[in-house]
Structures are given as C-alpha cells and as structure tokens.
Design a protein around this ligand. Structure first.
Ligand code: SF4
Ligand code: SF4
Length: 87
C-alpha cells in the first residue's frame, strides 16, 4: 500500500484481561469512542472496548489511559488505511 493512502491518527489499545469494568474511561472520553463489550474477560467483567466505527475520531488526549486504575489502556500514534486497518 502506498504511504499516501494511509494517514496518521491516534489509536488506543485496551488490555481487556486487566479491565474491571469501572467505566471511568467511558465517562471521560470526549468522543464516546469506548463502550462496553457483551463478552466477559477471565475476571468475569464485561470489559471496555473501542467502538470500531468511531475509533478514527480519537484525539489522543489520553484521558482514558490516565483515568484507568488498572493501567489497561495505551494511547499511541498510528497509521490508518482507507479501509480502517491500523499499523
Ligand atoms: S485518547 Fe481521548 S479521545 Fe482517544 S479514546 Fe482516550 S479519551 Fe477518547
Ligand atoms: S478505566 Fe480501565 S478498568 Fe475501568 S473500564 Fe476502562 S479499561 Fe476497564
């Protein structure tokens, strides 16, 4: 893929196995990018997850990562293709 077909953006990764479903990250995200999964993790919680069709709206503000008491969220710069794949 050509570099021109990808654009720099912000991405978050949630370590779902660390999540205890406190929802702090959901409450602070200014773009409502994070939601609650229907699935449960090994701790028995419906973990937080990125809402895929809103992921491209992430501002990289890091509020979610700062608020998470379980240090389960990482925020980083990434490239996103037209189809939505990231690297
Ligand atoms: S970095 Fe900011 S905009 Fe992006 S998901 Fe976290 S709180 Fe939302
Ligand atoms: S703040 Fe952390 S522990 Fe709480 S719901 Fe979000 S990812 Fe899970």
């Amino acid at each position: 893929m050509l570099i021109s077909e990808r654009r720099k953006t912000n991405c978050i990764v949630i370590d779902t196995e660390k999540c205890k479903a406190c929802h702090y990250c959901i409450s602070v995200c200014p773009r409502d990018i994070i939601g609650t999964s229907k699935e449960i993790n090994r701790l028995g919680y419906n973990y937080a997850e990125v809402i895929s069709d809103k992921a491209h709206e992430c501002t990289g503000c890091k509020s979610c990562a700062i608020m998470c008491p379980d240090i389960a969220i990482s925020v980083y710069r990434c490239s996103r293709s037209e189809s939505g794949t990231i690297s």
